[in-house]
Ligand binder design. Structure first.
Ligand code: 5GP
Length: 114
């Protein structure tokens, strides 16, 4: 299977503005930000969609969310607020098939999203 776009970012084959990294998670700024802060948290191990998650991924997903919330706290906007969102497949608006959590912050976010 060919590498996903995000695996290429993990492997430094494509440049990205990386803001966080540990053994299993990478976070980098979205190339087309939808808010003043728009960061993508991804597992380094490629999983195509949320539908492909299984029992074996429970810890990884926990680490992914925790990395995002810790980063939000470290950046100082956690108390003010932010949004984590993950799109799944066509109707969910997914365009990159390597699961990721969008962290959006820095402005009042509307609800519901479009
Ligand atoms: P999705 O639409 O799958 O939920 O989110 C994919 C996100 O990846 C989009 O917000 C898009 O702007 C971002 N994106 C697509 N290509 C690149 C890239 O090459 N670099 C970075 N940093 N973000 C990208």
């Amino acid at each position: 299977m060919s590498d996903t776009l995000f695996t290429k970012i993990v492997n430094r084959e494509i440049p990205a503005d990386i803001v966080y990294e540990d053994d299993e998670v990478l976070a980098f700024r979205d190339i087309a930000p939808k808010a003043p802060v728009h960061v993508l948290f991804i597992p380094k191990r490629a999983i195509a969609t949320l539908n492909d998650l299984g029992e074996a991924d429970v810890l990884l997903i926990g680490k992914l969310i925790l990395a995002a919330t810790r980063w939000a706290k470290a950046q100082g906007f956690a108390d003010k607020g932010y949004r984590l969102v993950s799109n799944c497949n066509r109707d969910g608006g997914q365009t990159v098939f390597h699961i990721h959590v969008h962290l959006l912050a820095g402005r009042m976010l509307e609800w519901p999203p479009g």
